[in-house]
Design a protein around this ligand. Sequence first.
Ligand code: HEM
Length: 176
Amino acid sequence: MQNHQISLKDATSVKHKLAETMPFNVRMFRGQLSKKDYLSYLQQQLAIFETIENIGIPHENLKRVANVQLDINELIQEGHSPSDILNSTIEYQHHLKNKNYDEILPHIYLNYLALAYGGQMIKKNVPSTGKMYDFDNLQDAVATIRAVQKDDWADEVNVGFDFLIRIFEELDHTKI
Ligand code: HEM
């Protein structure tokens, strides 16, 4: 029997489409988010990146915590008050935090390639400087994820997409 395993990108494309078309994400892509909404999104991103980067990261240049913190500080200094960390984000953190380095890698593929591809298109439309999307030598950093990614991560990446979709839902319901 032939064993043609479906590529990771193809095996996760249905969930990618769902995430891409979540109303909050569509508003972000169209430049329609308020600064307060975007600040809340950044806080959720920071919580996710802190949890992941406490476990490990394949390349220093991928680290996002400092950059996201700068974006958050910029909006707070403009007078926007921070929101809470959402229940859906806390649930994702719980899913992530007991993983070892090999187990966290599918979530690095998910959350960091999101910034490397879609994020580069979104950057110009967000109501902030967008330091979260700025990487030193992005291609080298991405290559370190590409070098380790495995097609059999598909189930775990799809689980990660489900958590992120719930975060987008909750962000939409808590907007002001
Ligand atoms: C407006 C929202 C989004 C747009 C426009 C977008 C767009 C894209 C594009 C153009 C690519 C490259 C596809 C290719 O190589 O042909 C990509 C890849 C990717 N995106 Fe998104 N995306 C969005 C949201 C997201 C979200 C929310 C996530 C998850 C957090 C995500 C995760 C990924 C991943 C993991 C890849 C790499 C797939 C691979 O090549 O293996 N994207 N995205």
